[in-house]
Design a protein around this ligand. Sequence first.
Ligand code: SF4
Length: 342
Amino acid sequence: MRWETLAEEKAAPALFGTASVTRTFDTPEFRGITFHEVRARSLVNRVPGASRMPFEWTVNPYRGCSHACVYCFARKTHSYLDLDTGIGFDSQIVVKVNAPEVLRRELAAGSWSGEHIAMGTNVDCYQRAEGRYRLMPGILSALIERSNPFSILTKGTLILRDLELLRAAAARGDVGVSMSVGFTDPELWRTVEPGTPSPERRLDTVRTLTDHGIACGVLMAPVIPYLGDSPEQLRRTVAAIAAAGATSVTPLVLHLRPGAREWFLAWLDQHHPRLRRRYDALYANGAYAPTWYQRRITRQVHELATEYGIGPAGPGAARALPRPPAAPAPPDPAAGTQLALL
Ligand code: SF4
């Protein structure tokens, strides 16, 4: 384990300009990853532009995500800390080590009215770092003690570690869980989501959750144009989602906002250079694929979902499933963060 003091930081980026950073270190069990432990001043975060989102409040105990999805649109948020949005986003993980205690305090405040809290909306709260820091059990306990409704969106199979807590919340009807699985193609997964559990393992996790009475929907995101959007691929993915016992499936087409766009297109040039011109045309008008394309994918997935007997997300699941959000605003590095996860 290598320890550094703040005084040893040569170039002090924005993150290290805050008094909240307590230590920065690498550890052999997480080779290539540097943790920056901070003490957050607040945790419950109001979503900017909440009118476009199905939830208003979020909790994010981490910044950066070792799941390293090439397309991740939370990448941009690392630039607010003067951290790199490419490899840096994947490997420089900010950990709010006091997250459970801060959340407890905020939920107990007279000003808090017990509204729904969404988690996994910025970066994955069940990424690998959670195996080390174990922040989620404290966070879930705080929410359960207050009977505060919440939802979790994740690609992490680590969520099963907290099965008993989730069961307790589900018994009261206070929890919505969604797994993110955009495709099942193993080759695509290895290159575009290199730090995540495989789609197969994620769907096994869906099965385990539902077997234990925790309804779990699937956010089919992202559907990647020309790589994961053929009728056969969509059918295979929806069939696998249905077989896993998911309660719903909601498709979301890849979007490429600044921060993610450069990183994704560099990956495309390396792995699928023949597609570059088609992408430039499809995303010529900005971050989103054209409406006709999005509608086509949505229609196909909904038809398949109906065929396989699961249907799209119902009103009860909608809170857990983010739609493409508004552009993020710079956050306070030590406070809660804004939305970003697919
Ligand atoms: S898309 Fe989600 S799981 Fe992937 S890197 Fe971003 S936050 Fe992590």
